[in-house]
Design a protein around this ligand. Structure first.
Ligand code: ARG
Length: 550
């Protein structure tokens, strides 16, 4: 909490004992901070307006004006003092999650499937959340829970042996695997022999048969090689790539716990956990003995809890798996694990690209790398036109193109379905990644032209006009904005704030001439530097580069 907010909270709490810290909110309409008094009306049996008026009269904080308006308690800080405090606080020094461990399960791609656009949201939301928590002092464990187990890999081996060969696999990589998989899928529906053969191969993988495992490992390496190229472009790294196959032999341990609590039931040969009337039972093992997805997730949850002793374990997975996670958490709850409450499904909506919905099933997939390439190509064309003399345009275009896609994915609330449009994402004047990157580069160019050096004293009165002050306010509590985003698992809180900072800075830039000489110029340059640093910091948190020149 910023010092002023703490000050206001503590003073107001003396008058309104029911006040929570979260009731004190930043406001840009009538004041700097406000407290809505509606929630106290019931407890105090008075109207919100009367409560606000009485509280306003009773609260006295030096340097802060307190007023009541329409049931709100409004606090207005003396501007010069506020600006001074804003510049005293160093960006990124706020560490409210120090000492906490947060596991984040995200991206979690499937072996032998291309990295398609359906995996964009989990990858960028998870990547951004890792950065937020890390910046706020947490120990973050980024986990790519690979989809590397299932009968489909037996199918792939049998398809490879029937229709594929080593040369084609080496030259075509994932394209070949995808084609083989689709062919297996189609033909096994017609020919039971293929399905039987596939089951045999998947049993061989499981029993550790050297040939089967060797092929599977090759498929895995090809998939990961492609995925890692994409992660590199997105500035993402993982701490663990332990996938589903790692947990297969650990399901037994979970079953033992379930048996000890008398929770494992048999139903038509399958082993299940009943979850009451409002949820279907969790299927742990099929009648043929094969473990199911949720069983491996249970084993993974125990493993993570033992290995990392997490304070929180997040799963960034699409909303269509909501029931799976509800069941997973419910089973842990039945098992009496107190940490079941620390597990969170961070859900998100569907992505379509210009109206076309995507499915991986039949091969009509859109590769994420192709979307990124298209964005980079378009970015290069725009940059070449806008700044023909810019050096190293290709590097800047990569940052801008990839950044446009990522920022766009992170700009709306995560639960909203998205229809992605390349033209909108790359609009330099819209609420986009390129707009924020461009504003950052413009600040840098203003500073370079002025030969600005940080460190000299600032006359804070010079930043008290509306435009400058509005900009100061938006950068002042940036760390708190990041905390807010982390707590709500909502990167759009940060992306939206960045756009607001750019808009405020551009208003300030147009209203207040920067190169005006004297104290005002020095202060305005210092604000420009602060804005540039905040934009760069925020862009990095959202996985984007911040080119120095654009
Ligand atoms: N591989 C899965 C998919 O692509 C997502 C896995 C999510 N993580 C988990 N622990 N279940 O749908």
């Amino acid at each position: 909490m910023s010092d002023y907010k703490t000050l206001i909270y503590e003073a107001a709490k003396k008058v309104l004992p029911e006040l929570d810290a979260a009731d004190v909110t930043a406001s840009d309409a009538f004041c700097d901070y406000c407290v809505p008094c509606f929630k106290f009306a019931k407890i105090l049996r008075k109207s919100p307006a009367a409560i606000a008026a009485e509280a306003a009269a009773a609260i006295d904080i030096p340097g802060i004006k307190t007023e009541s308006l329409n049931g709100y308690l409004n606090f207005t800080i003396e501007r010069e003092a506020f600006v001074k405090q804003a510049f005293a606080a160093k960006l990124g020094e706020y560490k409210p999650f120090a000492g906490k461990t947060i596991c984040i399960d995200f991206s979690s791609v499937n072996i032998a499937k291309p990295f398609h656009i359906g995996h964009l949201m989990t990858t960028v939301i998870g990547g951004a959340l890792c950065n937020f928590y890390r910046a706020l002092g947490a120990n973050v464990v980024g986990i790519n829970h690979l989809g590397d187990f299932g009968t489909q890999f037996g199918g792939l081996i049998s398809a490879y042996r029937r229709w594929g060969n080593e040369e084609k696999l080496a030259s075509r990589g994932l394209d070949e695997l995808l084609e083989l998989y689709v062919r297996y899928h189609n033909e096994s529906e017609k020919d039971e022999a293929i399905a039987r053969e596939a089951r045999e191969w998947s049993q061989k993988i499981e029993s550790g048969d050297a040939y089967a495992v060797g092929l599977f490992d090759k498929f895995k390496a090809i998939t990961l090689e492609q995925a890692k190229k994409v992660y590199k472009r997105l500035n993402i790294e993982f701490d663990s790539y332990l996938g589903e196959s790692f947990y297969v032999d650990k399901v037994k341990g979970v079953e033992d716990k379930l048996v000890a609590k008398n929770l494992l039931k048999t139903s038509e040969g399958a082993r299940i956990v009943e979850l009451g009337d409002d949820m279907p039972p969790a299927l742990i093992r099929r009648s043929d003995g094969a473990s199911l997805y949720i069983a491996r997730d249970l084993a993974a949850a125990y493993y993570r809890h033992q290995t990392y002793k997490f304070d929180k374990c997040l799963y960034v997975v699409a909303s269509h798996q909501a029931l799976h996670f509800k069941q997973l958490f419910a089973v842990l709850d039945l098992l009496g694990e107190p940490w079941a409450k620390d597990m969170v499904h961070v859900s998100y909506g569907m992505v379509s690209v210009e109206g076309m919905s995507l499915s991986t099933r039949r091969g009509n997939v859109l590769y994420l790398s192709d979307v990124l390439d298209a964005a980079v190509e378009k970015a290069l064309a725009i940059i070449s036109e806008r700044s023909s003399e810019l050096e190293d345009k290709a590097t800047v275009a990569e940052s801008v193109g990839v950044g446009a896609v990522v920022f766009d994915a992170l700009y709306d609330g995560r639960l909203k379905d998205k229809n992605f449009s390349l033209a909108d994402a790359l609009n330099f004047d819209g609420e986009t990644g390129p707009y924020v990157q461009y504003t950052h580069a413009r600040c840098r160019s203003v500073l370079a032209k002025a030969g600005y050096k940080s460190g000299s004293g600032i006359d804070f009165k010079q930043l008290c006009d509306d435009e400058a002050y509005e900009t100061v306010k938006l950068v002042a509590d940036f760390d708190e904005t990041v905390k807010n985003a982390a707590e709500r698992y909502e990167p759009s809180v940060v992306s939206r704030r960045l756009v607001k900072i750019c808009q405020a800075y551009n208003r300030f830039y147009n209203a207040d001439r920067i190169m005006c000489g004297g104290e005002a110029q020095a202060a305005r340059l210092a604000l420009t530097a602060r804005v540039a640093d905040t934009l760069k910091y925020g862009l990095h948190l959202l996985l984007l580069d911040a080119p120095q020149k654009m």
